[in-house]
Design a protein around this ligand. Sequence first.
Ligand SMILES: Nc1ncnc2c1ncn2[C@@H]1O[C@H](COP(=O)(O)OP(=O)(O)O)[C@@H](O)[C@H]1O
Ligand SMILES: [Mg+2]
Length: 908
Amino acid sequence: MKVIGALVAALARGRGGVLVIEGPPGIGKSRLLTEVMALADKGGVRTLFGEAFEYQRTVPFFSLFMATLRADPPVGDAEALRRLGGSADLRYWVVRDLADAIRTAAAQTPLVIVLEDIHWADTGTLLALRSLAVRPDTPVLWVLTARTGAGGPAVRETLGVLQRKDASFLRLNALTQTAVADIVLDAVRARPDASLLTLADKAHGNPFLLMELLGGLHEDGRLDVSGGRAAATGSALPCRLAAGMQHRLGGLSDAASQVVQVAAVLPDRFSAGLVAAMLERQPASLMAAVQEAMRADLLVEDDDQLRFRHDLLRQATRQALPGSLRRAMERQSVTIMLKLGAAPAEVATQLARTAEVGDLAAIAALRQAAQSVGHSDASAAADFSRRALELMSPEDTERGALVAETMVLLNRATRYEEAQQLAASTLSAEVSQEEEAEVRLRVWAANEAPQRRIEENRRALELAAVSDVIRARHQAWMTFFQVTNGLHGEERTEINNAVRAAEATGDLESRILCGTTLALLDFADGFAARAIDRMHDVDAMTRNGEPTMAHVVAAIHAAGFTVFVGALDDAAAEVASGAAQARREQNAMGIPSWALLGAMVEVAWGRQSAARRIIEGVPREQWGASTEVSMNRTLILAEVAAHTDDRSLLQQLVIEAQDAYPGGSPLVSQGAAYVIGLAAWHHGDIHEAVRWLSRDSAPVLTPLWANVFDQLILTARVASAAGDAGLRARVLQGLEVLERERPALPLFTAVAQRTRGLLERDADGLVAAADALRSWRPLLHAGAAEDAGVEFARRARNADALAQLNVAFDLYMEHEAVADARRVGRALRGLGAERRIVSQSRAKTGWGSLTDSELTVVNLIARGATNRDVATQLHLSLHTVKTHVHNAFAKLGINSRAQLTRLMHGSD
Ligand SMILES: Nc1ncnc2c1ncn2[C@@H]1O[C@H](COP(=O)(O)OP(=O)(O)O)[C@@H](O)[C@H]1O
Ligand SMILES: [Mg+2]
């Protein structure tokens, strides 16, 4: 009471907080809440009350809505929020709107928001609590009760978050003996003697049991109260505790006993009408029976509904029913509730528990429930879907479709392994070819290597008895994966076939995918405007039909094109909405891709640490192993690391790239080679840079690499520094593509001009390119100015050189490109100008502490070169190589090559 009093007093002074009351059932949590509400009332504070029920766990925001929307006057616009019920954006908007409504209401009168039994709360409420309940500057006190140890991971996670954010926790323990004596005194209105207290001890300090014990003694006529003293006769427990619920029900009339038993299979709170419907009686005829059950301390009234006086009584009654009867009754209650208008999600828990194999109505309701909660809780939806699958008989023709639905939900909930296992077990049984094809269509997880996905498509396409639509989808996904991973051949027969199949069937998913694939190919051929036009058509298609992964994929690539052609404001808006949707739907399949695009926009704006933050905001395991998406992550981070001079990050990425080379697809290999080449260039090792950059022949212009322009320019720079004809030819090829479309896109023209200026050492051309790039990309602008400056300096046009180099220096510094600024600083110093860089001192240990030479040597050694090999390759003396190795090992805290390999390839 002291803790509560202090919190309520603070609330009256405008300070909010969180109080969690924890304890086992019957310990007095709800009783304590009554005191909280009484105190709040006295303090002129308004109380909102919400409660969670075991059976309503899947109804989004059940308890929170009860507390807010059912309040009088309501907090929040019930109509508007309920309308959101069907929308995919549910969770995000609900939380936002409720936060506003609560803040407004609290500004008028401070609020206590009480939520009972949150161990049964739905995930919507739990998630909302994590963000709503931790705002001490709003005068809202959240008081939650929770049963110790009950509830799933979401409950524990929420309590953990609250604990970290300074919520107060009250853990209720057994009553002391004095407290027990006080309660007995209160209850029997007489001083208990030793016989009664000894019996009371058997309640082990649990007030619920204590009250049951006293009620039972009274019921059995074993309480003697006379002369202000109370004694008990006998030392046995009263019947209601000793003999259990069966016996207790036996003491009731048949009608009352029936009512109580039926009540035990209904939701926690139920109407008399529902009981009547279960018993096929008129509600009025049950009046006497209900009153009897209330007199027997079993049921109580709650608003205009009924409930058990305590959940422990409900549980005991349920256990007293034979299992099969209980299941049958519960299943019947679901039918009646659905008939009375309950939503599938409200009865899904009961259904999942009670239905038997072949129960078609249950399967249909569970599938519907899965679809409706899928937008806010993919994991709960996957559970319903799995349950529906268990209930479906093996012969059911819908089976393949349901397996596919379930896998999509499992994948979205990042339960990849379960999805794989489900696929494997389905395919190992006797299934029709159509079913097999459906399963193979949905099995792919976001983190899986592209070849495996393509393999699934191929195998499905080998099956003969597959419907046209499923076949078309396989063709469409297969070509999409091929193109996004550079696995398609020169001739485009497969793609053309896929397009034809999509058109012939008119299947939306296939058409969206084919449209996207064709746009990617257009772009890679240099026809960016045409690609964007195509995506407009695709976009129009995506407005129809149930959203599928194809919709997400199309939106991602459309936004990608927008970034590439430099329409950054539009792109930022598309990315923001796409990313928000993926987060709201917890669609793990989309989250990394949207993060990439967000980072690309930031990089294009020259905001390096913002880009890095976005990427690092997505946990490593969500990126997958060796896909175009994970390689893009590496590429963006590598550019950021190179510019910001984060040597330790760059080295980490080189290690990842080495592990990914050769990769699962030509494109991934090319990306990996680029990262290694980029790092080599930055360490001043031109030969190594040439080697890696010319290793693969993937096209230079692709809408699939986040940093295509940087790749083209670096390749040109290395080609011209090394005088390498092969690399130069590749760059020219890229330029040809870049300049192919008419009218040309201004950004493409500017990049082409910049690249050509570099190859041709054309200082004036570079100045023009710098001007042209000014409005597009600050770092490309800076790079062009730098190259122009260097070129001018070479021709002793010092004034021009200084002007350009100063522009470059300022831009680099403005955009966190310390490494580049330092390089330009050296060039300026050569011309007698001094520009300062305030930089942190280098680390003393770890990757970041290695010098360029040490890094170069270590990377070669890790790939198996001997000291002598390294010496030959780098034109160094053996002694120098040994010194580098010695110093590098010391800084890395290792002393052998074996340890180096382990360190780099992560076996520890
Ligand atoms: N401190 C107390 N003094 C007297 N009775 C209590 C006390 N705490 C709880 N009770 C009684 O014990 C029973 C169980 O308490 P309840 O608050 O419902 O437990 P919980 O919510 O923890 O399951 C109720 O009948 C309640 O009135
Ligand atoms: Mg309670």
